[in-house]
Each structure stands twice: as C-alpha cells, then as structure tokens.
Design a protein around this ligand. Structure first.
Ligand SMILES: O=C(O)CCC(=O)C(=O)O
Ligand SMILES: [Fe+2]
Length: 261
C-alpha cells in the first residue's frame, strides 16, 4: 500500500491527519521571523492574527507564506475530499500563551453543525443536498503542539457522526476521553475536515503557540461573500493564482488545480 493510500485511509477514518516534517527547521524559523517582524500585540484576548478576508492577510508578509498555499505535500491530501477544483476561502494565524483558555468544540457540517436540525440523542438522516465535507483546513504548526501543551483538539471520527454532540462533552471536553489533542511538532501540518468536531484546547506550553491556518472549499461553495485577495508585489505561480478565483462549478467554470501543476 502506498503512503498516499495510507493517508487516504487515515484521513477518511479519523477526519484529520498529522503530517510531520513537512517544513524544515529553517523554513519554520523563517516564517516565525516574518511573524516577529510584524510586532503583533501579546496574545491575550485575541488568538488570531493576519486574518483574511478581507485583503491578503498574512500572505502579504512574504513569499514563504504563499509557498504554503499549494505545498506539494498537502495537495494530494486536499484532493481526497475536495477533488480537483477547490479555492482558498479564508486564512488566519493563531497564537497563544500559557494560561489561555480553551475554545468551544464545534463542527461546520454534519449533525453537530449550527445549521443542522439534529436533536441530541436522535438519529439525524442526511439529505442529499446537504454539504458534508466541502471544507478542509491545513494548519501549519510553527511551534510544538500536543497533549503536553494544548492546541488543536478533536473527536476522531466525529465527521461521520449521525448524532449531535452531547452537552456533557461540550461542557467539559478536557474530561472526555474521546477528545484528543494530536501530537503535532513544529514543522508539521494538521489537515482536517470542518465536518469533524474540533476546537482549541487551553494552552499550557511555556512557549508560544503559533500556527497558520489555510481553509479550502470545493470550488462551487464559499463560506462568506468576502474573498481573500492575492498579495501585492509577490509573484504567485499559475496554480496559486487559481486558488483566489471566485466560486464556480468545478471543471466547467473552475479549472482543475492538477492540470496546471
Ligand atoms: O487549531 C485550533 O485551535 C482550532 C481552529 C479551528 O477551530 C478552526 O480552524 O476551525
Ligand atoms: Fe473550527
């Protein structure tokens, strides 16, 4: 079995995947250096930086941020759920310092999504026109995250759940054995479907959490009516430019990203 088949199996079963050593220590250091240069306020009430839409967000901070848009190690995994035609929907960075509290568990699609009409404990039958998995996030870890520190947390397999998240788990995810904080060292990428029930665990690390989140949609759906715009004066490849296109029907009005590669 190829590595890709293994990744496909695990991504399908778990709803997320951690790929280690995608970025070298030098690449991680370069991205962190660019972030340092922004002189952002100390993380506190705010956990996010460099968000877009609107504008290009942190992509404007340097080419290394743009190189991640279609990094070779992630494209074939994005293709599992998004097919050949997808677009960049939004981006933001996350930073946290010791003592920062957790966020709530959530899912954007499926039984636990805010728009689902599922009742707790009742089987939720999916309708044909429901969007389940059209949205995949790539989180680039610029600092170690995992059970000892905090960071991204999720309920593996929950993207396939037919029942709404029970209130007990939502109230105290830190006490629920089904909620895990995957080990994801600096230089790793976490890919997850937004149908997965996930969230942010409290940060206990002595170091600052730093992550860059790139969120991709199948080409014909969009999360908002606002768009990430390409950075100014940074040269993008033809394939990277496609990621900034307006939503459109795959193939007919939105080209395959894999022909241009
Ligand atoms: O990495 C995290 O802390 C979770 C971020 C999140 O909730 C999301 O990307 O939708
Ligand atoms: Fe989320």
């Amino acid at each position: 079995m190829s590595d890709l088949q293994l990744q496909q199996y695990l991504f399908d079963v778990q709803g997320y995947l951690v790929i280690e050593n995608v970025l070298s220590p030098a690449e991680v250091a370069a991205l962190n250096q660019h972030i340092d240069e922004q002189q952002l306020p100390t993380p506190g009430k705010r956990q996010r930086f460099g968000s877009a839409p609107d504008g290009p967000g942190f992509l404007q901070w340097g080419k290394p941020f743009c190189d991640l848009l279609d990094h070779a190690k992630i494209m074939s995994i994005l293709q599992f759920r998004l097919g050949d035609c997808f677009r960049l929907d939004r981006i933001y960075g996350m930073y946290m310092r010791k003592g920062m509290q957790r966020g709530g568990l959530h899912a954007d699609y499926g039984a636990t999504s805010p728009t689902a009409k599922a009742k707790p404990g009742e089987y939720y039958s999916f309708r044909d026109n429901e969007i389940h998995n059209g949205f995949v996030v790539v989180t680039w870890n610029l600092a170690d995250t995992g059970p000892a520190h905090g960071g991204f947390c999720c309920i593996p397999g929950s993207h396939k759940s037919n029942f709404k998240l029970p209130q007990q788990i939502s109230d105290a995810p830190e006490n629920a054995a089904c909620v895990i904080i995957p080990n994801a060292p600096a230089g790793s990428a976490i890919l997850f479907t937004e149908a997965l029930t996930h969230g942010t665990a409290a940060w206990n690390g002595n170091h600052q959490r730093r992550a860059l989140l790139y969120k991709y949609c199948v080409s014909h759906i969009a999360w908002t009516s606002r768009r990430v715009t390409p950075p100014v004066d940074i040269e993008l490849t033809e394939r990277q430019k496609l990621l900034f296109r307006e939503p459109a029907d795959p193939y007919r009005h939105f080209p395959s990203l894999f022909d241009a590669a």
